[in-house]
Design a protein around this ligand. Structure first.
Ligand code: NAP
Length: 550
């Protein structure tokens, strides 16, 4: 056990430390490192058995990040950048998990963590100016600061279908995949869910399963990933230019290196627009989004790109009925997170892959033997749920977080999440949420945002330390102003027009609405920098009692 941790046991049975970090995903790991470097005693609490967050749990076949490896990696340590070598343009889950482990080893982060442990309650003590967190291991941690690095996608969501518990075959959840290998050979496999996760599973299992049945309710738009191995020369070049790339990422709306454009769709004549779309299809990745600036604000432009992709689906999928069912309709392209695939549509040309359009033939129940739709029963040996997450707020609302005057986070967020910059919450002093639900969250590179948010929090804490300040929270006025800005920007976006986890539509009873900051990472960073400059106006500090009395 870490010596820092041993020396911090208090007299009350609680362990007195400086910072509690909840989560050992990329945000939590960086927070733990950063605060430790500041000389703080940090204890991290992680439900998983090791580091990696979502990449620890998501071991399903074909799991891969759809952000480029060079983007989806830490920028704070030139040493890590030079020592770690990515093998592919888009890394697969085992490589990303290996990277998280490499970072944890290199920075010796595990010594700060309690693994296989959950925080069950966190309460602010306004007298003592401390957060008191209870774990399911019966431990109590007390710290002035608490960082909720709980991740936007960490609470799995089962489908709302009757009979799940009656299924007698093997039931697998993508988000909690077993660590042991699963044998699909010769098996009748069913998949529910055709978001990013389902697409990756389906394209992978098409060639492995005996028969694969895809129960599709809403088709996703998916674009070719065009993944490839990174050649040594390219890697060497990348390593030489990391600093410039990180700078570019900080100044990019997506927090990645893909260049942004200001070119509106209709600024080009039709033939050129078509050429740009063809090129984007050939280049793969999220090139489309970098090709035109107004795809999420101009419905007509959006329709033309959607038509282009539907046309491609029609060209790839040989059975016209299957092709038609795979064509997304009724919502704008990019309004649900666009998937990147490798021969997803081609998978449906295999004779062992069957698309069950459950929008047309709804699922009635899960039976002991398989799935019953209105048209009949499909028998299955293995059933896979790729049905997503109670996203953005789920992890923070999964346990009791109690702020000033006994107000709970559940009460504060009864009508949807509210915070200042996505990071701080009025009424919850010294509580921080990197990658919080009112920041750019899932609309930009989560590692870039995490590093930024943790640095911002660290600077604030250093300022408080330097000025004898014990607690901080945003004023209600600035939190309201931030939420007004978030709402005003959201109003202009086509994202609102799709029923997705981005707007809370996938969880029954959840408040609906686009609560993420859609202005882009670069603008977000500018807002955060301005907020730090005008700290005295925006934040409410409580001076240390001793200094107030002096
Ligand atoms: P998701 O996008 O929320 O998709 C869930 C899927 O389950 C949807 O197709 C949904 O259909 C379906 N579903 C839910 N309940 C159903 C029911 N009762 N009957 C039939 N279908 C049902 O979840 P996800 O695919 O796990 O992706 C979540 C996010 O994780 C992604 O958007 C992405 O940000 C991230 N992710 C990224 C990667 C990557 O980097 N490549 C990979 C995986 C995940 P409806 O739409 O009709 O509800």
């Amino acid at each position: 056990m870490d010596t820092q941790m041993q020396t911090s046991v208090g007299g009350t049975g609680a362990r007195r430390i400086d910072v509690i970090v909840v989560g050992a995903g990329f945000a939590g790991l960086y927070a733990t490192y950063k605060f430790r470097e500041m000389g703080k005693v940090v204890v991290g609490v992680e439900a998983g058995g090791d580091v990696g967050g979502v990449w620890y749990w998501n071991r399903y076949p074909g799991a891969r990040c759809d952000l480029m490896s060079v983007d989806y990696s830490y920028g704070f340590s030139p040493e890590i950048e030079q020592e770690w070598t990515w093998s592919e343009q888009f890394a697969a889950q085992p490589e990303i998990l290996a990277y998280a482990n490499f970072v944890a080893d290199k920075l010796d982060l595990r010594r700060n963590y309690l693994f296989n442990t959950r925080v069950t309650r966190a309460t602010w003590d306004d007298e003592a100016k401390l957060w008191r967190a209870t774990t399911d291991g019966g431990e109590v941690l007390e710290a002035p600061f608490c960082v909720m690095a709980t991740g936007p996608l960490s609470v799995p969501k089962d489908p709302d279908i009757a009979g799940i518990e009656r299924f007698e075959g093997q039931l697998l959840r993508a988000q909690k995949w077993p660590h042991e290998p699963v044998d699909f050979k010769g098996k009748r496999v069913g998949v529910i869910g055709t978001g990013s996760t389902g697409v990756q599973i389906i394209q992978t299992l098409g060639s492995q399963a005996g028969e694969l049945f895809v129960f599709q309710r809403t088709p996703s738009f998916t674009l070719p990933m065009r993944n490839h191995v990174l050649e040594p020369d390219y890697v060497a070049e990348m390593k030489r230019h990391y600093r410039a790339m990180r700078e570019a990422m900080r100044n990019n709306p997506t927090g990645g290196t893909r260049p942004a454009t200001t070119r509106p769709f209709f600024s080009l004549p039709p033939t050129q627009r078509r050429q740009v779309m063809e090129q984007a299809w050939i280049n793969g990745g999220h090139t489309f989004l970098g090709s035109f600036a107004d795809l999420l604000s101009n419905q007509e432009a959006n329709d033309q790109v959607a038509d282009f992709v539907r046309e491609k689906i029609g060209q790839i999928v040989t059975d016209p009925k299957t092709a038609e069912a795979l064509k997304p309709k009724g919502y704008p392209i990019f309004a649900r997170r666009p998937c990147l695939d490798t021969e997803y549509y081609e998978t449906y040309n295999r004779p062992n892959v069957h698309l069950v359009d459950v929008a047309a033939d709804p699922i009635v129940e899960i039976t002991p033997k398989g799935i019953r739709t209105e048209a009949g029963e499909t028998e299955l040996d293995i059933l896979i749920f790729a049905t997503g997450y109670d996203a953005l707020t789920g992890a923070l609302l999964a346990f009791d977080v109690v702020g000033r005057n006994g107000r709970t986070l559940k009460e504060k967020w009864a009508s949807g999440p509210r915070s200042y910059l996505g990071i701080m919450l009025e009424g919850f002093p010294n509580l921080f949420a990197p990658n919080g639900p009112n920041g750019p969250a899932a609309l930009a590179n989560l590692i870039t945002i995490a590093e930024h948010d943790v640095d911002w929090i660290a600077e604030l804490i250093a300022y408080m330390d330097g000025n004898g300040l014990r607690s901080v929270e945003p004023s209600a006025r600035v939190e309201d102003a931030w939420m007004d800005l978030v709402a005003m920007l959201a109003e202009k976006s086509l994202i609102r027009k799709a029923n997705t986890w981005w707007v809370g539509a996938n969880v029954k009873g959840k408040p609906q609405g686009l609560t993420m900051f859609i202005g882009g990472f670069q603008k977000y960073r500018e807002h955060c920098a301005a907020a730090a400059r005008d700290r005295a106006e925006n934040l409410v500090f409580d001076r240390a009692r001793e200094s107030a009395a002096a």
